[in-house]
Design a binder for this molecule. Sequence first.
Ligand code: ASP
Length: 342
Amino acid sequence: MRAQPTIMLIYTGGTIGMIKDFETGALRNFDFDELLNHIPELKLLDCTIETVSFKKPIDSSDMNTEAWIALAEIIESQYHRVDGFVILHGSDTMSFSASALSFMLENLDKPVIFTGSQLPIGDLRTDAKENLITSIQIAALRENNQPVIREVGLYFEYKLFRGNRTTKISAEHFEAFTSMNYPPLAESGMNLTINRELLFRPNLKKPLIVHKELETRILVIKMFPGIDKNTFEYLTNYPHVQALIIETYGTGNVTTESWFLQKLRTLTAREIPIINITQCEKGSVMMGLYETSTELKKIGIISGKDINFEAAIAKTMYLLGKKLSLSSFKTFFETSLRGEMD
Ligand code: ASP
């Protein structure tokens, strides 16, 4: 008989592990191990739980590439010893972190589940307990002695999503995340229903590769009617910009003003990747569908297809870190690497 699976809980910070200071009313970090002792339910789970916490837990608004690398290194060092990971993370940037880790952990074949909560775990009405307990159960799920989930997921309020497909949509409701372009991988009700046909299947013959080179000098421009030529030129003239992400209208449309298109031509000539993602929450970029995007296609602008903003940022950082030629960057960006786009 196989021993119980071992799941490693990694606390990075965020509301889930905070307590309310009754004098000021503000939330502050608390000793996470101590806090877990207050959740007797964890002892009822069919797995062994180990915990590790960032030395200095952070509000996820302070998340950065160093913290992502630290997370990836914890996973790398424990990967062959434990059966799965649950990462406790503030909800504000959880989708960015889940996206980043999905690219950093190539050939991952164990579960890495991000979760958090809207209310602290000690709060009477907390959503933290269910999120935490079900995330651990999902990470511990096995079939034929293999993990069921072999990708980076995000579990929140009864749904497990592919991490790099998620977006935080509510600063208020327990149902804080959604995945507009990909259905949930699992849903928790009376039973835990896994949508098996939607799960990512890595190439199991290949060993885990942890990528740690991330380039952050990315400029993001969101299109809006009346966008100012001088502002746009000033920002895009910054000589150290390594990539430009444009959040376009609908299926990838932009203004046809010549100064705008000319600037994109100049940047492309400088081998700066320009990625077209849509402002719409649902659907895909389809350059060439309207005249207002035909020129973008001719210039060689990269299609972000149905990728969301969070995953586009993470994928851009990851691919820039590889120091590819512009044409290889385009090929890789337009290919789904971790199930982040269709
Ligand atoms: N500001 C918090 C954070 O993202 C909110 C949360 O924990 O959900 O760290």
